[in-house]
Design a protein around this ligand. Structure first.
Ligand SMILES: Cc1ncc(COP(=O)(O)O)c(C=O)c1O
Length: 390
């Protein structure tokens, strides 16, 4: 039975349907209630993604990284699933505090912080922080009796969306020096961490980083430095944006194997972001107007690159775009955003049927690094986020 057929178009009904079942009438209804553009966040998908990764990495404590989709409903849903959290800013601290997350279930992973940021997180109760330099280590001298630190290592990976090791992480050869300096300062440095880069498609990147970290843990022991008790394998777990098959259980198999070689006493953590939220959001935008330019139809939407499609610029995003229930022959067309800037073009080579003003465009896989990096440039308001299945 199709959702439209059962006639439950009340808002409450729509809120409890999976995204995959929401039909044109339901989306029209949501747009008529909430306006356009919208982002439909399906909390049930969040639960499923969290459980999939939990199952694929059974002995790893998952700290959801808020940055790809910092939203109350996401934190609340994942908290109910037993997730821990990865924080990187004062705003993220506020968000988890508001949802009643236990500070002991958080880590602060930004390698570069002001003293005021450290104090803000400590006032909340967070006690585990990441550093990647001597400069950052020394910021913890005043708090040395209260905190424990992870040393973030750099494992460059040019193949990914975002090679975080270019910007953060100490070189392996500098690690021993920082660990011994921590010992000399009386600061507890008992963890190592890394991030192999966002949307990492090659599990061997994790394997390599885990093996190198394990070697370093043994070296630290050989030098009679305080033991490393935790390894944080970061985020980066990939998602299928197109038709490619990506099974996270299979992807993580070599990661599990590499982790199984560590000493059993080492606690392993991860900081997944994208994998959990990307499939949970569908965007809905409306055609505001149109023109023929250079022989092609240009359709101007009320959401664009300065809004929910900001991931096109910041995240190299390619999202699956569909037209909601418009039939007809498809021709090469252009989809543009609403602002007056020429960079605000979502897709210059998209096959579309003839659209009318007001038609709706839906885009899947819009949960990660989309609205999080959106602006309201030109005063075009950001998309409203509607949480379904809370
Ligand atoms: C420190 C840290 N942890 C976790 C994440 C989340 O990574 P991903 O969304 O690729 O899983 C990021 C992303 O930038 C990060 O910088």
């Amino acid at each position: 039975m199709k959702y439209d057929d059962i006639g439950l178009l009340a808002n409450i009904g729509v809120r409890h349907l999976p995204l995959s079942m929401i039909q044109k009438a339901s989306i029209d209804e949501l747009v008529s209630i909430h306006g356009s553009p919208l982002l439909l966040l399906d909390c049930q998908v969040l639960r499923e993604q969290y459980q999939l990764l939990k199952h694929a990495l059974p002995n790893v404590t998952l700290h959801f990284a808020l940055k790809p989709l910092p939203h109350d409903a996401v934190v609340k849903t994942l908290l109910e699933q037993g997730a821990c959290f990865d924080l990187a800013s004062n705003g993220e601290v506020d968000m988890v505090r508001k949802q009643g997350v236990q500070p002991a279930h958080t880590i602060h992973t930004h390698p570069i912080k002001r003293d005021s940021d450290i104090r803000y997180a400590m006032d909340y109760g967070c006690r585990r922080f990441v550093i990647d330099s001597l400069n950052e280590l020394e910021k913890f001298i005043p708090y040395k009796h209260e905190v424990s630190l992870f040393l973030r290592l750099s494992f460059p990976n040019a193949d990914v969306f975002s090679d975080l090791s270019k910007k953060f992480g100490c070189a392996l050869e500098d690690a021993l020096h920082i660990v011994s300096r921590a010992q000399a300062l009386g600061i507890c440095l008992n963890g190592l961490s890394f991030h192999v880069g966002s949307q990492t498609q090659d599990a061997q990147r994790y394997v390599f980083a885990i093996e190198k970290s394990w070697q370093l843990i043994k070296q630290i022991k050989d030098h009679h430095l305080p033991a490393i008790e935790c390894l944080d394998i970061g985020g980066g777990f990939p998602i299928a944006y197109g038709d490619e098959a990506l099974n996270i259980e299979t992807f993580c198999q070599p990661v599990r194997q590499a982790l199984s070689k560590l000493d059993k006493s080492i606690q392993v953590l991860a900081e997944p972001g994208r994998f959990i939220v990307a499939p949970a959001v569908m965007s809905v935008a409306s055609v505001m107007g149109q023109a023929m330019r250079g022989g092609k139809p240009w359709y101007y939407l009320d959401d664009g690159v300065y809004g929910s499609f900001s991931g096109i610029l910041f995240d190299h995003g390619h999202y699956p775009i569909d037209v909601l229930n418009v039939q007809g022959p498809k021709v090469p067309s252009v989809l543009a955003g609403p602002t007056c800037d020429s960079i605000d073009v979502i897709d210059e080579h998209i096959m579309l049927p003839k659209l009318r003003d007001g038609d709706l465009i839906v885009t899947r896989m819009m949960g990660a690094y989309t609205c999080a990096t959106a602006t309201d440039f030109n005063f075009f308001k950001k998309a409203n986020i509607i949480a379904l299945n809370e």
